[in-house]
Design a protein. Sequence first.
Length: 352
Amino acid sequence: MTNLFNDTPKKQGYVFPPEWAQHEATWLTWPHKEASWPGKLETIYAPYCAFIKVLAQGEKVRININDEETKAFAIAELEKAGVDLANIEFYFHPSNDAWCRDHGPAFLLNKDGSKKVVIDWAYNAWGNKYPPYELDDVIPTRIAEHFKLPLYIPGIVMEGGSVEFNGAGTILTTTACLLNENRNPDLSKFQIEQYLMDYYGVEQVLWLGDGIVGDDTDGHIDDITRFVNRNTVLTVVESNPLDDNYVLLQENLESLKGMRLLNGEALNIITLPMPSPVIHEDTRLPASYANFYIANKAVIVPTFRDVNDTIALAIIQKAFPDREVVGIDSIDIIWGLGSFHCLSQQEPAITH
């Protein structure tokens, strides 16, 4: 079902469920690229496996893995962390890098939750910044073929971290990323909106501006503003007026205040603090509490050994009363310029 004329997921009644909807699994791609964590790759496996341990307590964890040798290494690391391997599945889908949110499949369900399809957007490593990426680009198709799921290939660049869903017809994104000329330079804003609506099954696209300093994705939404239910967002703000993030996050906050959902309702806005700047080797890293991942039984939040860790965890816990909020140290992982949300992609559960 690849790009049939006049056939889109939306026309077939498919929608992208919000992250808090029931998962069948979480997809990950096992980290192996030294260049993504120069000098630190070996230090990320402990927090990465701590992340998997929490995930596996409430759902399957499906891991793209390069080869048998890497699988054996992964199993050893998972066992060291006390992970329940009964919920871990490995798939030999070779990869270039670990950022499954952006290169992984987008899973959609039909309205009654009885059928599932996969969208394989084009992937170019955030504007051709980190070649090669050919292996990452085909992972969604490999997964669709393995599970014999219908596949749509829109043919334009789109990353999972650039879009946020409320589960009621609305997508939130940023102009800094989706309108960047290094993604789809031949498409207008209107055309990109049309692709989003047709292939994610939504009715409305709301646009914020810039992403945070240090974000090499050109401003992914999942570092700044996240839906926690149909009409509520958590959005990060910077309290220090001298910080480089202060003005742009204030502008995003003002934009959110002016937005209206499909029913005309204003957003319920909850603000999250930012951690103090995280600097490594003179590089400011995109540390943000907004890069949390909503699993079936928990919300996993990156922490940064900062005074605001506890405050952020408490705010997020109040927003998710039905889930345990778990903070996991992300000081080493963030050196790769992303955290738990960037590393993961949810697969919704068939409900009928």
